[in-house]
Design a protein around this ligand. Structure first.
Ligand SMILES: *Cc1c(COP(=O)(O)O)cnc(C)c1O
Length: 217
């Protein structure tokens, strides 16, 4: 476990898949982790981080960013519409564009703040009723609505169902991205990032395998 090991496993997975070295971006998911663990990973040179909660990210990243040039912070958690303003102000990328009401709010804030966060559309690849995300069938229509609002999503993101082999979900996401002309794929977490890289992930979101288990207590 730890950053060095994850970096070398990513490099090995890139090579095994015949992909260019450095073609996968590691997002170190720092949600809920103690500050000292995140500081250690910053000191080790990691510059791309993922957060799930706007308020938590607001509390720590403005200061750390000022201290560590080149840091980018990605929003990977569910985003409430009333947090769109803060999210656009804070994040360099948003992976969880999952409904048209949020697209409208983001479009308005992106224009008002002259910001340009990278956008990923979350896809509910498992058709799970409790899970956020656009259904595969509805993706082309959703992307057209985004474009009409002036948004240009660059990729797709998924969280496969917990109790299933993730590979068919990664394949579905890749196929949908190809069909819709989107170059980026945010998929793969601590347990399955190598499988995701084999299926074309450009961004893997790895938390506990870098930082250790999260303590929600
Ligand atoms: C927490 C989280 C991760 C990281 O999970 P680990 O299993 O700790 O690697 C990745 N993606 C999303 C959307 C998350 O919420």
């Amino acid at each position: 476990m730890g950053l060095d090991e994850i970096r070398s496993r990513i490099a090995a997975a890139e090579q095994a898949a015949g992909r260019a070295a450095g073609s996968v971006t590691l997002i170190a998911v720092s949600k809920v982790q103690p500050d000292d663990r995140v500081q250690a990973v910053l000191q080790a040179g990691q510059r791309v981080f993922g957060e799930n909660y706007v308020q938590e990210a607001q509390g720590k990243w403005p200061g750390w960013r000022a201290a560590h040039p080149g840091v980018s912070v990605h929003m990977i958690g569910p985003l409430q519409s009333n947090k769109a303003r803060a999210a656009v102000a804070l994040f360099d990328a948003i992976h969880t564009l999952d409904r048209i009401s949020l697209a409208r709010k983001l479009a308005q804030q992106i224009a008002d703040q002259s910001r340009n966060p990278q956008l990923f559309v979350q896809v509910n690849t498992g058709d799970e009723p409790q899970k956020a995300g656009i259904l595969a069938d509805e993706l082309p229509g959703f992307l057209a609505e985004c474009h009409a609002l002036g948004l240009a999503p660059e990729g797709l993101m998924c969280i496969p169902p917990e109790d299933q082999d993730p590979v068919p979900h990664f394949r579905l996401l890749r196929r949908l991205a190809g069909e819709n002309g989107l170059p980026l794929l945010s998929m793969g977490m601590s347990a399955d990032f190598e499988a995701a890289i084999a299926e074309g992930a450009t961004h893997v979101r790895v938390g506990s395998a870098i930082f250790g288990a999260r303590d929600y207590g």
